[in-house]
Design a protein around this ligand. Structure first.
Ligand SMILES: O=c1ccn([C@H]2C[C@H](O)[C@@H](CO)O2)c(=O)[nH]1
Ligand SMILES: [Zn+2]
Length: 162
């Protein structure tokens, strides 16, 4: 028997002023777009903003539904928009933020399991890592090098190839 370990490194910033101007801009877009989320049931407004390899910037927000499981997270809304509007253009960096009238939003949130799986597929499809910036409306910022790190032992398309 052998014991194995999986670990990854991420960057931690005290606040967004420590980021490069380009990353600050992207995070500010994610923070701002939370206002456009459709989240009448949770009042948890999530915003995602992506910088694409062609320099375009796109955004997405969570879209809830009275039949709760029908809800789509901001991250997967954004991936659908990216795939449709800019096919074959990799996502270089994705910023994710949130806001809520009822909760403190001064800490980062991290994508749910379903979005991690979707982000991993997009990376594989575009053959380029997606850098991820996580932060609330203020406070600490995490930067993760690739979506792959968020989903160790992932099930991928390689299993389905002949
Ligand atoms: O990373 C996340 C986590 C949650 N949500 C949404 C789903 C739901 O609308 C609300 C509460 O779970 O937040 C996202 O969009 N992205
Ligand atoms: Zn999700």
């Amino acid at each position: 028997m052998e014991k194995k370990q999986i670990a990854f490194t991420y960057e931690l910033y005290t606040n967004s002023e420590e980021l490069t101007p380009q990353d600050q801009n992207l995070l500010n877009q994610a923070r701002r777009v939370t206002e456009q989320a459709y989240a009448p049931y949770s009042q948890f407004h999530v915003g995602a903003a992506a910088l694409l390899a062609n320099g375009e910037l796109i955004t997405g927000t969570n879209q809830e539904n009275a039949a709760y499981p029908v809800t789509i997270c901001a991250e997967r809304v954004l991936l659908g928009i990216a795939a449709m509007l800019h096919p074959d253009t990799p996502i270089e960096t994705l910023a994710i933020s949130f806001s809520s009238e009822h909760r403190d939003a001064a800490h980062p949130i991290s994508p749910c399991g379903m979005c991690r799986q979707a982000l991993l597929e997009y990376e594989g499809r575009m053959q380029q890592p997606i850098r991820i910036i996580l932060s609330g409306q203020s406070g600490q910022v995490y930067i993760i090098e690739t979506a792959k790190q968020l989903l160790p032992f992932a099930f991928t398309s390689s299993e389905l190839k002949d």
